[in-house]
Design a protein around this ligand. Structure first.
Ligand code: SF4
Length: 339
């Protein structure tokens, strides 16, 4: 039986001066799951994630519903029931206070613990991410980048939030440290039963760490569903394009690498109809006049007029069961009658 979501987002819009950058995004995060928000730079994934915590830039307008275990998220929940792991660890930690003291303060302000108990719990939280208690008196600049990011994980999880939002949490780290920090993030979320929203542009991070994924394009969800299903058989041409630009599974570059052509539309200038139509090799006339709504197809939500259950796409063309993005489009899916 499906559990109630920890986080439920409906019709989220974030804009500046009347121009929406996030244009109506809806998704759920289930208990204990890792949901990845994926997309190119500027797609709106980070802004979506930060809107969950009310951490949008000054002057931004936010509309829509964000429910944490059924109740609207309020500022009192930030850092307590829902916590952020940012990309830049220096922005999350005060440069003038020892790291252990910062964790103690977070514990005392949220849970009202005594100084002594807060210090004990802060040291335990640091040890849980591999930072010895003796280092709790160090300032952030005395840590390496990887150690600082582990301290940020400890800070985000110290009050055992129900949901952690990690916004490109390892982009500034080298690949080996990235993998260790991501593993640790998942382990600590699992140990505290926290769900995780992981913002990333890295499909390999999604493959290794997420259970479901939401692909964001031009401020909307293009495809949203289980990682294995989406990555092995993408139905939105945008998802297929992202995957086609990756190296082959064995690490060798693909021949005739089909780079994703063109650029996303500028905020405030999405084309009429499907925002991906100018870059989409499958676009038909209808795509340029009517925007596709997300709808269930083959176990995930897809915002594409032409997406159909693969087996029923075109029985005369076996390869049409998956999109052949960037290749000969000889086996285009049959346009459904509803189009
Ligand atoms: S709706 Fe049309 S243009 Fe948009 S992704 Fe689907 S096929 Fe391409």
């Amino acid at each position: 039986m499906r559990s109630d979501p920890v986080l439920s987002v409906r019709g989220l819009r974030v804009g500046f001066d009347g121009v929406d950058v996030v244009r109506g995004v809806s998704f759920d995060v289930l208990p204990g799951e890792v949901l990845a928000l994926v997309g190119e730079s500027g797609a709106g994934k980070s802004l979506t994630a930060r809107a969950l915590l009310g951490m949008v830039p000054r002057g931004a307008s936010v509309e829509g519903e964000v429910l944490l275990n059924g109740a609207p998220v309020t500022p009192a929940d930030w850092g307590r029931r829902i916590a952020l792991v940012p990309q830049d660890s220096l922005s999350a930690l005060s440069p003038v206070h020892p790291v252990g003291e910062q964790l103690s303060l977070a514990l005392r302000s949220v849970q009202g613990l005594s100084r002594r108990e807060a210090r004990r719990r802060a040291e335990a939280a640091l040890e849980a991410v591999g930072i010895p208690a003796a280092k709790s008196r160090c300032h952030p600049h005395e840590f390496s980048g990887g150690m600082r990011q582990r301290a940020v994980l400890a800070m985000a999880l110290v009050n055992e939030p129900e949901l952690v939002v990690a916004d490109e949490p390892t982009t500034a780290l080298d690949p080996e440290t990235q993998e260790k920090v991501l593993g640790l993030l998942r382990e600590r979320c699992s140990a505290t039963s926290a769900s995780l929203v992981l913002v990333t542009h890295d499909i390999e991070v999604v493959r290794a760490h997420a259970g479901r994924m939401a692909v964001v394009y031009a401020g909307l969800l293009a495809e949203y569903g289980p990682v294995e299903r989406v990555l092995t058989r993408p139905l939105a041409p945008y998802t297929a394009g992202l995957l086609a630009s990756l190296p082959a599974v064995d690490g060798t570059p693909r021949t005739r690498l089909p780079a994703l052509p063109g650029r996303p539309p500028a905020p405030g200038e999405p084309p009429t109809g499907c925002a991906f139509a100018p870059r989409c090799p499958h676009a038909v006339d209808h795509c340029r006049t009517r925007a596709p709504e997300p709808r269930p197809v083959d176990g995930r939500e897809v915002a594409c007029h032409l997406a159909t259950v693969p087996e029923t796409v075109n029985p005369r063309c076996p390869t049409s069961a998956t999109w052949s993005y960037g290749r000969e489009a000889a086996c285009r899916p049959t346009v459904p009658e509803t189009v």
